[in-house]
Design a protein around this ligand. Sequence first.
Ligand code: NDP
Length: 433
Amino acid sequence: ARRNPDEPEFQQAVLEVLDSLSPALSRHPEYATERVLERLCEPERQIIFRVPWRDDQGRVHVNRGFRVEFNSALGPYKGGLRFHPSVNLGVVKFLGFEQIFKNALTGMGIGGGKGGSDFDPKGRSATEIERFCQSFMTELHRHLGEYTDIPAGDIGVGTREIGYLFGQYRRLSNRWEAGVITGKGLDWGGSAVRTEATGYGAVLFTQRMLERNGRDLDGMRVVVSGSGNVAIYAVEKAQQLGATVVACSDSTGYVVDDKGIDLDLIKQVKEVERGRISDYAQRRGDARFVEGGSVWDVPCEVALPSATQNELGAEAARTLVDNGVLAVAEGANMPTTPEAVKVLRDAGVLFAPGKAANAGGVATSVLEMRQNARRTSWSFEHAESELAETMAGIHDRCEEAAERHGARGDYVLGANVAGFEMVADAMLAQGLI
Ligand code: NDP
């Protein structure tokens, strides 16, 4: 805290990991003598830069760009870019720190990083987005490379933005280097299932966790927060597995749709028209829009927070418990506050932390890089079966680590310890750098 004042999200993310590590630290005294923890908490490199751009009226704007290259012991830095007005160094550091352990858990040899800008894409025209992305990449490109640092999307950055970013990188580098960025369009180097991967993966993880406890998603009521990339595909996979998703949200409020969210309509409203969740409710007779309220008031058996950090607090957690929630899995990064996690776990609710449950996106990014390297592209079915296998592997790695440390069923401890041990061992092996 002394070293990183004004970075509450980063402090929260670090404390959450430290809380889980005492069993690993006591078994490995070399982690302490070599100060692995201190080294892990300090990013290898932090880049902050100016992003000037001109809007459609000719006015000049100046935003701030970030890339935190946190840890490359296991592979090149890998992590998304977020465009949202709430982005600052502390937020990027929290996301980058989480990414180290998440990427380790995939077992795919990738380091952790994250970036973004305080640019607000809401209400901006496509040409403004294009100019912003070009300006952003004009500085960022010198730090990237398929063996160095490989960004992807996150909040506010989808296939359209990745396209503009990749185009500018290609122009500046004079190289068609597909492996430098992931989340590309299907006809220019992207992978089938990348768009769906984080939401699908979170649900596949949840299903495996439920099965281990003698339950099944089939027939359950599910609530998903957000209505962006992660949320929409969490809804899709949950419905494919027989659940009814009765509510989702955006930053203005939530919709309740007892018959189950109409997937075609929500994709039309959010992905094609880039509209609001209230537009969905207006066009869907039975659905109800609740302005401002908490989506966690809607009774459900499974909750999938998939919007943003600290969106599910202790009070909401108590409401979920009172309404009989059985499982909570984080589609977003750190959406559940530490107090809320405690409420859920004390009540015996199954809890899957984001660094395990939402790792399907980054894992599929690596699948995209593999296809790029081999100049091939897989079918949807093949990519999806690889994703399913990866999520099962991540689940089992967490489960095994928790059991090994005498904490059966504790996915928080399992994810933190398993991820940490992999990174720490690689750092020790590579010497003091
Ligand atoms: P999108 O931009 O596609 O969607 C974000 C959704 O969350 C929107 O519905 C948005 O509503 C809502 N939201 C964002 N900020 C806030 C806020 N401050 N308060 C309330 N609602 C908010 O982003 P993604 O779906 O890609 O990302 C969602 C989460 O998942 C993030 O935590 C991200 O880090 C994480 N994640 C994403 C991955 C990916 O592959 N995309 C991979 C792993 C994790 P509105 O439109 O009103 O702002």
